[in-house]
Design a protein around this ligand. Structure first.
Ligand code: FES
Length: 162
């Protein structure tokens, strides 16, 4: 079959996830991340191709895309999009402290874009990474907030994006 969106490069990445996880359904989320990274969006045709490639129902993929905020197209005008999870495991992991540091270091408040347009911070529902609560994403890169012990740690991470 000819794929329009799942290029050979993307299919190689998807194969990696399929081989990595015991159940192929577990490859859906990382594959969607790869698609998002490549196209900055998840076109419906790409979902259809992923469904065919992984041999999983299209409904399952559509359900994941509509459930997770991180797969919705960002509309904020900033260079970088930070998504901080605020659901229960991340709440217990003290996402508020993480958010406070992020707001201080970026100059953006949750739901706002910083004046320099470098950062937009969004509070989101579960991003499927509860094991590393408080989890956050910068663009498509996932971070384990529990490893951030100081502002310096966070500064090091943020400095990669400006
Ligand atoms: S609750 Fe935060 S990643 Fe799931």
């Amino acid at each position: 079959m000819e794929y329009k969106y799942l290029t050979e490069k993307l299919r190689n990445k998807i194969d990696y996830y399929v081989n990595k996880y015991p159940v192929k359904e577990q490859a859906i989320i990382p594959s969607l991340h790869e698609i998002l990274y490549e196209y900055r969006d998840i076109p419906h045709e790409a979902m259809e191709e992923l469904s065919i490639y992984l041999k999983v129902p299209l409904n399952d993929i559509e359900g994941i895309v509509s459930f997770y905020d991180m797969f919705r197209h960002p509309k904020h005008g900033a260079k970088n999009h930070i998504r901080v999870c605020r659901n229960l495991p991340c709440h217990l992991g003290n996402y508020k402290n993480l958010l406070k540091m992020l707001e201080k270091l970026t100059g953006a408040k949750a739901g706002e874009t910083s004046i320099d347009k470098n950062w937009y911070i969004e509070l989101v529902e579960c991003i499927g990474s509860c094991a590393i609560a408080p989890a956050f994403l910068i663009n498509d890169d996932l971070y384990d907030g529990s490893k951030i012990k100081s502002e310096e740690d966070l500064k090091d991470i943020l400095s990669k994006y400006v």
